[in-house]
Design a binder for this molecule. Sequence first.
Ligand code: TXA
Ligand code: MG
Length: 326
Amino acid sequence: MTRLLSLADIEEAAALLCAGGLVAFGTETVYGLGADATNGQATAAIFAAKGRPRFNPLICHFPSAEAAFAHVLATETAHRLAAAFWPGPLTLVLPRAPGTQINLLASAGLDTLAIRVPASEAARALLQAAGLPIAAPSANRSGSVSPTTAAHVLADLDGRIDAVFDTGPATIGLESTVLDLTGLTPFLLRPGGVPAEAIEALIGPIGRGIAPAPGEAPRGLRSPGLLASHYAPVLPVRLNATSTAATEALLAFGPPLQGAALTSNLSETANLSEAAANLFAALRWLDAEGARLSLTAIAAMPIPATALGAAINDRLQRAAAPRQEP
Ligand code: TXA
Ligand code: MG
C-alpha cells in the first residue's frame, strides 16, 4: 500500500527515505521518486518501480549548494550558476568526487553526477530532514507523462512505492534544465525550467544538441536517459496543428482552434509559464478522455520556441516521436 503523506508528516517521509524506502515528493518542476542515493538496493528499487528499461542516470537532490558540491568536483562556472539559479530548476552534471558515498547505480556507472537543489521549500525541508543525497527521477512509469500532482503519481505508481509526500501541484510543471559542465564548453543536455538564454546571459555561449535519433542520446552515452520517445501519451500526438478534426483532442495555446471533440487550453493568454505549468496535466487529461471517447489523436497547436517554450516544444516532440521498444 502506498501512503499519502501531508506536510505535517515530514518526519515520517524522511524516516522512510532513511530506511531505504521509496518516497515520491513534490518539487517546483515535477514530482520525483526519491530514494537514498547512498543505498544501492534503494536506488535499484527506483528503477524497478518505474519499470525503467535500463539504468539511466538519476539526479541527486540536496537541500543546499554546499551539501550538493560535497559530492562532485565543482568548477568556478558551477559555483556561479549555483549562486544565480539555486535553489531552482537547474541540474548540473560534474565529475564525481572521489570520496562520495553515492552509489554508482545512481549515476548508471558514469564518472559524473547530476546534482540539483530544488526551489520547493517543502522538498528542501524533506531533503534536510533525511540528511542524505536523494536520487529522484520523475515519479512516473517509464516513458509516460511526468507527474505534477500527487494524484498523477498515485495513478502511475500506487502499490509500487512506500509513500507520496503531497506538496501540492508543481508550480513550474516542467523538469529542470540539465547542463553538462564536464567538457570545455558547457553543454545543454535537456532544456527545462531555467531558459538557456538566462544561462548564456550569465556564462556566455553554451553548446546545444540537435534532436536525437530514436534511441540515441544527444552526446553519445553521456546522457542515456534522453530518449527521443518519452512523455508518451497513449494517443498519437500531432504537432503544429493549424486545424483540427472532430475525431481529435486539442492541446490549445492562445485562442483555440475550433472543431475538436475535446480541448484543453495550456494558456488562453498565450503565457508560456502558465502553459508549462499546465502541460503534463493537460496531456494526461486529453489522453484519458480521448481514449474514453475513442478519439484518434491529440493535436497540439504551435508554441513559440522562446524562453520556456523551448522546453515545452522539447517535451511535445518527445511525446510525438515514434515509440521505442522498452
Ligand atoms: O526536474 C527534474 O529534474 C526532476 C525532479 C524530480 O527533480 N527529475 C527528473 O529526473 O526529471 P529524470 O530522471 O526524469 O531525468 C534526469 C535526466 C535524464 O535525462 C538523465 O539522462 C540526465 O538527467 N542525467 C542524470 N544524470 C546524468 C549524468 N551523470 N550525466 C548526464 N545526464 C544525466
Ligand atoms: Mg523523467
